[in-house]
Ligand binder design. Sequence first.
Ligand code: CO
Length: 438
Amino acid sequence: MQQRPDAGAARADAGLTQTPTQAHAGRRRALKGMAAGLLGAASSQALASPARVDADPAPALDIAPWSLRQGEPVLWHPYGQPSSHERDVVRRSVTLKAATPGAASSLAPLHKLYGTITPNGLVFERHHAGIPLIDPDAHRLALHGLVKSPRVFTMDDLLRFPSVSRIHFLECSGNTGREWNGPSGQPVQVTHGLLSCCEWTGVPLSTLLDEVGYDREAKWILAEGADGAAMSRSIPIRKALDDALIVYAQNGERLRPENGYPLRLFLPGFEGNMSIKWLRRLKLGREPFMTREETSKYTDLMPDGRADQFTFVMETKSVILQPSPGYRLRGAGFYEISGIAWSGRGRIRQVDVSTDGGRSWQRARLDGDPLNRALTRFRIGWQWDGGPARLQSRAVDETGEVQPTREQLVARRGVNSTYHYNGIQSWKVDPSGELSNA
Ligand code: CO
């Protein structure tokens, strides 16, 4: 027995508590909006049911095979799995250099995600020497240097401290780096996929610093990982005392091995590599420690040949996820444009969307109240006229920082740097409905 291809959609419509009168009122609003192109906050909310408003209110449904028998038992998967029909919603990696297989990254499928939270199995990865598989009972965190009483904490020790849970984005400073020289032709998973957003749970680092009695002379903290690269960075004490967390859980469960199990540092709004995974040591000192990762690696080469060091904050940024390259628009009509915005400086205040390559802009609506240093979802209705279009989004954060165009960014910083690219991203729409990064 075959299900009609539109049966699911018909069932969804039938489930709406919408009387025919309301449906027609909604349609009138939709038609009125067509003249405007982009449908701003007020008008797009009227489009809760954009299509199929004339569908039969009680359509006949075929009985599908799965409706005629008992389904799988409870505990089919003791740890739940996505539907097998969602098997293309996965991380992907780009380059794996044969000489250093552990120095690799994987990218989150942002274009297939909803809302703002990244599921744990899809959080992007960046490792410098592969994923260490750590026994939490054998793991220790040393806190020493300019402190009154150095300590070595077990995981059990750390779990006894007062804890907090906070939602924050995590972005690799190399994210979107391939757009420095113009459109890379790549889809959003490749251009922006070194980005995720989770609820992080752990102990404020300030609590541990109080516990060991830190010396007021201390200005920097060396954070070191237990991986084969001994990944290490210098953290300003200001950040440590402000909002840094020693994290053991994400999205309600313990960290995944690839995200730092059993313990990681988390620095909200700072470049991802500083949130040291598999954290084993914090040492307080007067000067930055000049580790490999802050001298040779994560520095920004400027046009005059000098390199900026210690560029921590991830700047105001946004990108349209739906639609984006890989999607194909099926004819002129209504589409919702939706994406994410974030800033390492604080909350997102405003996102504007353009469908004509930045000549005109309209305010998108934001989901809920934007959180501090977290992804914010934006949405706006769009009546596509079937012609060529160019979709862009531009974020403004609460400090007034406006996401720059690529041209503005290049004028300021040249094209030598790999890191901290936050330019406005453009998706080209062909009359065929095809989207591309061109
Ligand atoms: Co940097």
